[in-house]
Design a protein around this ligand. Structure first.
Ligand code: AMP
Ligand code: TRP
Length: 347
């Protein structure tokens, strides 16, 4: 499947909205860091996906740069990965249309995330929200992606991607690589601090429900102190005690200690002592990230040129697959794909 491609390809995307949280680090960035040595990594700032809800213009632009700087600050090596902004690579929207024409309405109506978002919305639901998984499939399939690290909320979208790739290949020949999901063993789902029955989300209106990677130490202390815990006072990992179990998972993921050793360390101690130590551990974890972030974000030229180089590489790479798709479908060559073909030859 991967013949002649070198390292297996890994691709993941994050919407440049809200504030990157420790859950994004644990569920996504930490995994990416570990995989960059063995994989050819593409990290996409999926701004087209973010347009499914209206964005504030200035804020939206700033977020893309902030997130790219945070990737470096979190230890992703710029030499070992390609980061780019989705809207800089027109191939994504081009393949989206083609895949749309092979997708059944019913498949998209069944998507849990769509049902939840559409159900919650008082405003009319836009077509982009409905079509969101098809754009995600295009993101993945354009790069011959082997592995897609995702949290469990995205599993259904990845299953759809695999299905649409198989359907296309069945009709037109083996063009798409069938991607595999990659799920971390622990921390695939970090829960909210105020509501541990729901996942920690970077766009939560209640800021106390998450810890942002750029939260100041006092804010971190406050948020952890106020985190909801369960009745009782023993520090024990137990699905029936989602509040404390979630805090233990965060502690373990950020310090690389095991749940067992945390449990042993806190036997006989109460929630307050655990929370105090957890807050300090989180602050210690965040300090070097925040320092590196400030340096990376303020070097605007370096940041922009990295995103530009990333987009150029992504255009070249994705046009290889898109050329094959156009050809298989019988689309007449000579349009924008040919331009990227030329770019490929130049580079
Ligand atoms: P999102 O913040 O929903 O745009 O997701 C960006 C990435 O972070 C995806 O790979 C998600 O699966 C991951 N992620 C988001 N929220 C969580 C969470 N609460 N726990 C673990 N991973 C998460
Ligand atoms: N839908 C993903 C999320 O909300 C973001 C995403 C878009 C993505 N395209 C992707 C993730 C491609 C992995 C691969 O988290």
């Amino acid at each position: 499947m991967n013949a002649g491609k070198g390292k297996p390809v890994l691709l993941s995307g994050i919407q440049p909205t809200g504030r990157l949280t420790i859950a994004n680090y644990i569920g996504a960035l930490k995994q990416w860091k570990a995989l960059q040595a063995t994989h050819d990594c593409f990290f996409v700032l999926v701004d087209f996906h973010a347009l499914t809800v209206p964005q504030d213009r200035a804020e939206f632009q700033r977020r893309c740069l902030e997130f790219a700087a945070l990737y470096t600050a979190c230890g992703l090596d710029p030499e070992k990965h390609t980061v780019f902004i989705q809207s800089h690579v027109p191939q994504h929207a081009q393949l989206l249309w083609i895949l749309n024409c092979m997708t059944h309405m019913g498949e998209l109506f069944r998507m849990t995330q769509y049902k939840e978002k559409a159900g919650r919305s008082a405003a009319p639901v836009n077509v982009g929200l409905f079509d969101y998984p098809v754009l995600m499939a295009a993101d993945i399939l354009l790069y011959g992606t082997d592995l897609v690290p995702v949290g469990d909320d995205q599993k259904q979208h990845l299953e759809f991607t695999r299905e649409i790739a198989r359907r296309f290949n069945h009709r037109y020949g083996e063009i798409f690589t069938i991607p595999q999901p990659y799920m971390p063993d622990m921390g695939a789902r970090i829960m909210g601090l105020q509501d541990p029955s729901g996942k920690m989300s970077k766009t939560d209106e209640n800021q106390k429900n998450y810890i942002a990677l750029l939260d100041a130490p006092d804010i971190v202390r406050d948020k952890i102190k106020q985190a909801v815990t369960d009745p009782g006072k023993t520090i024990r990992y137990d699905p029936a005690k989602p509040g404390i179990s979630n805090l233990m998972t965060i502690h373990a993921a950020l310090t690389d200690l095991s749940i067992e050793s945390i449990q042993a360390d806190y036997s006989g101690k109460g929630y307050a002592a655990f929370k105090k130590d957890l807050a300090e551990a989180v602050i210690e974890f965040l300090a070097p990230i925040q320092k590196r972030y400030r340096a990376a974000y303020s070097d605007r030229d370096a940041l922009m040129s990295r995103l530009k180089a990333g987009a150029l590489k992504a255009r070249k790479r994705s046009s290889i697959v898109l050329d094959k798709v156009y050809d298989a479908l019988g689309l007449v060559p000579g349009g924008p794909v040919s331009k990227t073909r030329r770019e490929r030859m130049d580079g």
